[in-house]
Design a protein around this ligand. Structure first.
Ligand SMILES: Nc1ncnc2c1ncn2[C@@H]1O[C@H](COP(=O)(O)OP(=O)(O)OP(=O)(O)O)[C@@H](O)[C@H]1O
Ligand SMILES: [Mg+2]
Length: 425
């Protein structure tokens, strides 16, 4: 009986892996922001159905590559319950999408969108689960190896969510236009429900903004970050360090505002928290609001400089936090160096995380640090062919830079290669 059962389970595994191989043999079909914008303009039913079928066939391919990454993890890491939870979630989603029938009508598309939304929701536990899993495996697997695994997992996750959210936003916009056309009562569109992120202007197609104003986005991120710390430290509004925006303040770029604002927000959060920590004594003696009205702010300001070339946007965030401690500096881009992996334990207090500026989960307090902000920001920038860098000026402060292509013609920077293959090979 036992051996018949184990034979069946082996057969099942063999069958499943044959299916997986069929999908990992395919390369993802990468898109650029410009393609998303051009496609989404003047949407027709035919184009919407084509978009649905692209997402329907693309999601299982992208999921299959990451499922295969899990299978190549060292055995001991593969048995970790948190990583196993993500693996099972990915298998379920892979199976659902690969079996989903061709989308031929608008009704099919509504069912498809419901399925995608359900998946997006279920997978909002993936980041905390990966964080906990990786922190528990930090002593078992070489840090470089598990960092590569995390980078691949997270960049691929961003890519799948981008395709899914873009399609849902286009579908809801299409439904809205149709309803208005038929003179029915308008319902709330996905974009409205999802609370339009900063930088959103009239020129948005789905979740992409064709001419996002950088200075406006920085101001909104600064307001949000300041509000978070003022609330967390029970300070009156206006107490947090001032953010001065200078340079090419009219500059715009094509981007997904939710991605760009995540990066800027993380850099501003780092600057604000460390400047506040360094100069906390000033607050205690004077009280921020008081000293500010006397023309002497409690904290030195954070300067944000925007530079636009024909092809790129560079944003520099400069603070006077005193610099990054030399013990931490070599590991700021790692998720798993022992100094950082310990911080990932904090994910035990968080059940959902989207890696967005306006997280819905109240448990994501600015006072709970995961050591996640810088590496995740770099992943977002890398995904669109940009980068994030940090220069520490010991005893003075930090200059952090984010660079992003501004014309939207870079294709997604995703790799189908297994994480174990070194980037140099
Ligand atoms: N502007 C800064 N000034 C001083 N130290 C900084 C600054 N930015 C980053 N650091 C240092 O780099 C570390 C890593 O930053 P990172 O944003 O990745 O994680 P975190 O801020 O600790 O946690 P999280 O971003 O997940 O809340 C910080 O813990 C801090 O020691
Ligand atoms: Mg941070």
């Amino acid at each position: 009986m036992g051996s018949a059962q184990s034979r069946r389970s082996l057969q099942q595994k063999f069958y499943e892996n044959r299916i997986l191989d069929r999908f990992t043999a395919q390369e993802p079909k990468k898109v650029s922001l410009r393609q998303l914008v051009l496609f989404g303009r003047q949407l027709t039913e035919e184009k919407l159905l084509a978009s649905a079928n692209y997402v329907r066939s693309e999601l299982p391919v992208r999921l299959a590559h990451r499922i295969s990454d899990f299978q190549f993890l060292p055995y001991i890491a593969g048995t970790n319950p948190h990583l196993k939870t993500v693996y099972d979630l990915y298998w379920r989603a892979f199976d659902e999408f690969r079996r989903f029938p061709v989308v031929r009508t608008l009704d099919d598309n509504r069912r498809f969108c419901d399925n995608v939304k359900k998946n997006l929701l279920e997978h909002s536990q993936v980041i905390p689960q990966l964080g906990m899993g990786v922190s528990e495996c930090a002593d078992l697997v070489a840090p470089d190896e598990i960092d590569r695994f995390m980078n691949q997992m997270l960049i691929s996750r961003i890519s799948r969510r981008t395709l899914a959210e873009q399609h849902i936003a286009l579908s809801e916009q299409f439904d809205e236009d149709l309803r208005q056309h038929l003179n029915l009562l308008p319902s709330e569109s996905f974009a409205k429900l999802a609370k339009a992120p900063p930088g959103f202007t009239t020129q948005h197609i789905g979740i992409v903004c064709a001419d996002c104003n950088v200075a406006q986005l920085v101001h909104e991120c600064a307001l949000h970050a300041a509000g978070m710390y003022e609330e967390a430290f029970h300070l009156p509004p206006g107490s947090a360090p001032q953010v001065l925006v200078e340079g090419h303040t009219d500059a715009t770029l094509m981007c997904i505002p939710a991605h760009f604002s995540y990066i800027v927000h993380e850099l501003l959060k780092n600057s604000m928290s460390h400047v506040m920590e360094r100069f906390a004594a000033r607050l205690e003696t004077t009280g921020a609001a008081e000293s500010e009205s006397a023309g002497d702010p409690a904290f030195p300001p954070i300067r944000v400089t925007i530079c636009a070339s024909h092809t790129d946007i560079v944003v520099r965030v400069s603070d006077q936090s005193g610099g990054i401690s030399p013990q931490v500096l070599p590991y700021i881009w790692s998720f798993t160096h022992p100094l950082k992996a310990k911080r990932l334990h904090n994910f035990h207090s968080v059940h959902r995380m989207e890696a967005r500026m306006d997280e819905g989960d109240a448990a994501v307090s600015p006072l709970v640090a995961f050591g996640f902000g810088l590496p995740m920001s770099r992943i977002y920038a890398n995904y669109w062919g940009g980068n994030v860098n940090v220069h520490s000026l010991p005893g003075h402060g930090v200059d952090a830079y984010v660079q992003l292509p501004r014309l939207g013609n870079a294709v997604e920077n995703i790799s189908s290669r297994r994480y174990l293959v070194s980037a140099d090979t």
